[in-house]
Design a protein around this ligand. Structure first.
Ligand code: PHE
Length: 455
């Protein structure tokens, strides 16, 4: 059977950028930038994208495209007699687990869209959004339905196939995302007092840049490009041999970074104009931002646009997460795409239920350390499985497949010039695995333990 592929270069960029642009760009990047010295942090972050993010992305694209195979088969087809394909199993498991809780957050976004469309958010006092949010997530029924809606929506894109589902969808919604973000920037930066927010985001303050800020930049550059979980390998398999993988990767990385900066220009000027403090994580999106829109002229209108923007960013990411499992199951068990997608979606929903309940009835249940079920899954994937997957991908490409073979694939057997091939090989062999190893140890808190030991 002929494999379904992306039909155009633009389609690949839209789909991969759709995966890369997600909640991380909109709530996390602006916040960590402001916290860690603005432009000073952005410089470090750009360095990480260039030196580690792009080389790993190229490796994943090349791995997937080499034999047009899924995240597990890519390893097996290159090194059949070894156990390296376990890296693929880890990647598929990581993307499956991430999707099971990412869909919950996307579901909250849908709840907010519904409430802002029906004017319900308008009746909440400025300081009442904290309670409102806690009430929403702990009530379990609504988040359950919302998560199901997100999963069904995601599944319907994936069922339609690579070209007529994922590619078509991304090509329609990504321009809408850019349009919405531009509109919101104009609104935000023209508010009185917006300048303080622009300064918070961009003014370089090297004194605020700490080692942990640098590690945060490194970790985020990896997460934001959707690396280490088989997604880019899976999408690589759908890219035509005549496409230039290097250019594609640069374009995806640039689009991802520009959209993250634009998100900062939406959020901070508005938050500062109204004298609020940018909280971190979910509270920024679900508590601070609604309070800002409440005060803003035409706020309800812009609020709907803002949450639709986040929903688009989230759904293009959930699509890529689901596709990773689907492409594996389709090949492995010889199932039809539709059947595989439905089975996986049902499994995802079941796995999501304990996480949903961990904001309500199961809030006292802890798994890893003092973490709730939801937080444990986040910790397990972001801090453990993702870096392990990333390191193994680098080691495999560098020492098993060989960087010269990877470069052949990247350049379509020498058809394209690849001016950074030396830097690429150096990064995949040493820089990237070492960098990821450091974030891994840092994420596990090992540096703190060592630090305390020497105190
Ligand atoms: N890259 C996405 C973001 O920045 C996050 C993501 C991670 C998406 C894993 C898919 C898979 O939000």
């Amino acid at each position: 059977m002929k494999k379904d592929k992306f039909g155009s270069k633009l389609g690949v960029v839209a789909a991969a950028a759709g995966s890369a642009v997600g909640l991380g760009n909109i709530w996390k990047f602006p916040y960590i930038t402001g916290q860690n010295g603005g432009a000073a942090f952005i410089l470090v972050y750009l360095g990480c994208i260039l030196l580690i993010g792009i080389p790993v992305m190229l490796s994943e694209f090349a791995l997937g495209r080499k034999n047009s195979s899924n995240a597990v088969e890519s390893f097996r087809s290159i090194s059949p007699k070894t156990k390296w394909h376990f890296t693929g199993y880890i990647a598929v498991a990581t993307s499956f687990i991430i999707l099971s809780f990412y869909a919950i957050i996307a579901g909250w976004v849908f709840s907010y869209i519904l409430r802002s469309m029906t004017g319900k958010l308008k009746h909440i006092p400025v300081d009442g959004f904290g309670n409102f949010f806690n009430g929403l997530v702990s009530n379990s029924w609504e988040p359950m339905i919302a998560t199901l809606i997100v999963l069904v929506l995601t599944a319907s894109v994936v069922i339609a196939g690579v070209k007529s589902g994922i590619e078509k969808f991304s090509k329609i919604v990504m321009p809408i995302l850019v349009g919405l973000i531009l509109l919101l920037i104009v609104r935000s930066v023209t508010l009185d007092g917006a300048w303080a927010g622009i300064e918070f985001l961009f003014k370089p303050d090297f004194s605020k840049l700490t080692i942990s800020g640098v590690l945060e930049a490194l970790g985020h550059s990896f997460y934001t490009l959707s690396l280490g979980m088989g997604i880019i390998i899976t999408y690589g398999a759908y890219i035509d041999k005549k496409e230039n993988l290097a250019t594609l990767s640069y374009q995806v990385a640039i689009a991802d970074t520009v959209i993250a900066l634009m998100a900062g220009l939406v959020i901070f000027p508005a938050v500062f104009a109204y004298g609020l403090k940018p909280g971190s994580g979910p509270s920024l999106l679900f508590i601070t931002i609604p309070a800002v829109f409440k005060e803003m002229p035409l706020g309800s209108f812009f609020e709907i646009l803002f949450f639709i923007l986040i929903a688009i960013a989230a759904i293009t990411s959930t699509v890529s997460l689901l596709e990773t499992s689907v492409s594996f199951v389709v090949d492995q068990f010889n199932l039809k795409r539709k059947k595989a997608t439905i089975i996986i979606t049902i499994a995802l929903f079941i796995v999501a239920i304990p996480s949903i309940l961990s904001f309500g009835p199961l809030s006292d249940v802890t798994i890893i350390g003092e973490r709730s079920i939801f937080d444990s899954l986040d910790f397990l994937t972001s801090n453990i499985l993702l870096p392990i997957g990333g390191i193994l991908v680098c080691l495999f490409v560098a020492w098993v497949w060989g960087t010269s073979n990877a470069v052949d694939e990247i350049t379509s057997e020498g058809k394209y010039k690849f001016s950074i091939s030396k830097l690429y090989s150096f990064s995949v062999k040493y820089l990237a695995p070492l960098g990821i190893l450091i974030i891994f140890l840092y994420g596990l808190g090992i540096f703190n333990i060592i630090g305390n030991f020497f105190k």
